[in-house]
Design a protein around this ligand. Structure first.
Ligand code: UDP
Length: 327
């Protein structure tokens, strides 16, 4: 029997992760609808997809109820990625970010439940807040700092989205999967919203100082986009994932100081490694997470998730991308 392609909606599909997901789904023969307000996403990210007849781009925000309803009505699956992105965005625009994450998700959930369309939501490792019990397991407590500190608004808003999604699952029978992404990196990610890997690479390529915030002893685990996209698609197609939360990323920790050294070496850069106090970048009272590492047992068990691309390979790929694109 001929394969009937699915109609898939990606909110935030012109962003870094969304555009890679759209690309992969199109490669698999699916028809892809992207809604994006191009606030942090960009047309450049999806330019190469627009010649594909099965790709449809709709400029708009997920806060537009009518637009969302019209799209949800005609698709078989939804990946909800539209959200305020990056620590810098949250600090610079707390109100807009908080409202977008809460209201936007509510509108998408409400319509998905109404039209009975299965949905995957990308949440974030930020929801663990400043819990320092590593590695983070999906069932662990979430610990947030003061409401005066905008950073926590991000984790709090995404955490509320998770509650909302699970409530729709329990009470309205919505088929929903929640993934918590841990520091995803790859081509098309921009350093403009604070993300450390593209920032360090761009600094090195431009021969500018590498800016380590704080001591550089804080650690993160970086996952390459291709591994993450495959896992998102696999979770979406697995009935056993419904109603559950999954950590997704890499569990190999690295200090930001070592990251700077690796990027400097791989770019063969003469850039100087410098240390910048947090308050110079994010203002007084900023709190960073010292360490962040996911427990990946749950996703490994369900879909056989594996990290295929190492951090070094990932950085090399991003360097090649940044060297070849006119940014
Ligand atoms: N960071 C840094 N220099 C930069 C940008 C970020 O040292 O130019 C640090 C940041 O303070 C954090 C880590 O790198 O400790 C990861 O930051 P990012 O914004 O990429 O992701 P986060 O894990 O904070 O969401």
């Amino acid at each position: 029997m001929a394969y009937r392609s699915k109609k898939v909606l990606i909110t935030g599909g012109a962003g870094f992760i969304g555009s890679h997901l759209a690309e992969k789904l199109l490669q698999s023969g699916e028809e892809v609808f992207v809604i994006d307000n191009l606030s942090t996403g960009s047309l450049k990210n999806i330019k190469h997809l627009r010649k594909n007849k099965k790709f449809h781009f709709i400029k708009g925000t997920v806060l537009n109820k009518k637009k969302v309803a019209n799209l949800v009505k005609k698709v078989d699956q939804i990946y909800h990625l539209a959200a305020a992105v990056g620590v810098k965005t949250i600090i610079d625009k707390p109100l807009e970010s908080f409202l977008l994450n809460l209201k936007g998700t509510e509108i998408v959930l409400e319509n998905a439940a109404k039209y009975k369309v299965p949905l995957l939501i990308t949440s974030t490792s930020e929801v663990y807040g400043k819990n320092n019990k590593l590695p983070f397991k999906e069932e662990d407590d979430r610990i947030y700092g003061s409401a005066y500190n905008s950073r926590w608004g991000y984790g709090l808003s995404k955490g509320s989205d998770e509650f909302l999604a699970l409530a729709y699952h329990r009470e309205k029978d919505l088929s929903v999967v929640i993934t918590r992404l841990f520091n995803v990196i790859g081509p098309r990610q921009t350093g403009s919203y604070g993300m450390v890997v593209p920032r360090f690479i761009q600094q090195c390529l431009a021969g500018k100082p590498i800016t380590i915030y704080g001591t550089g002893n804080q650690t993160r685990c970086f996952a390459f986009i291709d591994d993450v996209v495959l896992a998102l698609i696999s979770l979406m197609s697995n009935p056993k994932a419904v109603g559950k939360i999954f950590n997704l990323g890499s569990d190999k920790e690295i200090t930001i100081k070592n990251l700077a050294k690796i990027v400097k070496r791989l770019t063969k850069s003469k850039s100087q490694i410098t240390f910048v106090p947090y308050n110079k970048v994010y203002g007084q009272g900023f709190e960073d997470m010292a360490h962040r590492r996911p427990d990946l047992t749950k996703i490994r068990k369900l879909i056989g998730y594996k990290v295929n691309i190492s951090l070094k390979e990932a950085i090399k790929k991003i360097i090649r991308y940044l060297n070849s694109s006119v940014n």
